[in-house]
Design a protein around this ligand. Sequence first.
Ligand SMILES: CC(C)(COP(=O)(O)OP(=O)(O)OC[C@H]1O[C@@H](n2cnc3c(N)ncnc32)[C@H](O)[C@@H]1OP(=O)(O)O)[C@@H](O)C(=O)NCCC(=O)NCCS
Length: 389
Amino acid sequence: MSTITNELQIYKGLEGIYADTTTLSNVNGKEGILTIRGYRLEEFADKASHEEVIYLLLYGKFPNKQQLKSFVEKISHLREIPEITINLLRAAASAKNHPMDALRMGVASLSIETGEIFGDVGRERNIEVGLRVIATLPTMLAAFWRFKEGKEAIHPRKDLSHAANFLYMLTGQEPSSARERALTTYLNTVGEHGLNASTFTGRVIVSTDSDLISAVTGSIGALKGPKHGGAPGPALDMIFEIQELGGIDQAEKYIRTKLDNKERIMGFGHRVYEVRDPRAYVLSHAAKDLFQDRQGFYEFVTAIEDKVIKLLEEYKPGRRIQTNVEFYTALVLHGVGLEPDIFSSIFAMARTSGWIAHDLEQLENNRLIRPRIKYTGDFDKKWVSVENR
Ligand SMILES: CC(C)(COP(=O)(O)OP(=O)(O)OC[C@H]1O[C@@H](n2cnc3c(N)ncnc32)[C@H](O)[C@@H]1OP(=O)(O)O)[C@@H](O)C(=O)NCCC(=O)NCCS
């Protein structure tokens, strides 16, 4: 949305503004095509390991066998978290903090081991710090979650993949290959997505020659909000509430009530996509595979999706509000056995490599990000002492 104020064009929410160039991803909102480092998302999301995708994001190409082997080894050796972080997460759990707040504090605490660093320390050092963040974030999340449940944290394992190790640390059990694959597909699908709010936040932070840990900490803060990463929990609630009300016949009434109350339907609408989000396509297939044994459940969910789209068109004609990534995120993460309260933090876990790749790209050709804002207040007011106000 843009408005003109005294000859100045104001782009509220910076909508439609190109702030820089990138070789990381292209979000084609008109056709619903997401290209990551030259590959369409559908090309690799359900096939690659998450380590391969992290490598792709950081280094610009998929690794060969040898490169992948040493990369996997490297990440798996970086998974343990410092004692001070464990204590912090334990305190956050007893204070009943939100997992995103716990992660934000946990990541910030890594500065204890990096010491004083600034953004211009060089790509190699920044990659080292970035990999430490990528490798430890799942450990932090799993530890916090277990503390919250009154359990002890489980040490990471080096022999498991990024996704499998996370599920192992969370539950104490190695996941089935179907769950590992579904979580990996999810992580691959949402790892990178243009100049979204949290990525932009990180780029703004490193553009000041601050540091990567500050940038990821800020990005987590931006991702926490329901307009960005907090939608899948409520999307899943909607599915179960409709189910409890009696099934698909109750969907229309339920959705109408929400829209009549001016509520937003979570998992629908996007600032860039005018058609169905391509990530919803990948994740709906992953969900279909996961729910093979739960008869009719996947079909029930797709019927809800159809109803929502139809009603959004009726209530917001011409807006073309379509399914976004969060609707099927909810379903996949539920199928993996995760609870809604942890969903946005899993999103953070996935997006970390995208954030870091953007932060590195920003530093390669940095220019301080400093837009302007049009002042619309008064001028030339006179000072009046507090006694006379
Ligand atoms: C994601 C989102 C913030 C992007 O929207 P945006 O480009 O900023 O668009 P706006 O918030 O300006 O909304 C435009 C119009 O569509 C409506 N709209 C957008 N998404 C809607 C939704 N999910 N449910 C109901 N109405 C919606 C708004 O109410 C607004 O209507 P109005 O102009 O009559 O007031 C928005 O679609 C949303 O809130 N979706 C639900 C949350 C969600 O799923 N977030 C995850 C995003 S990946």
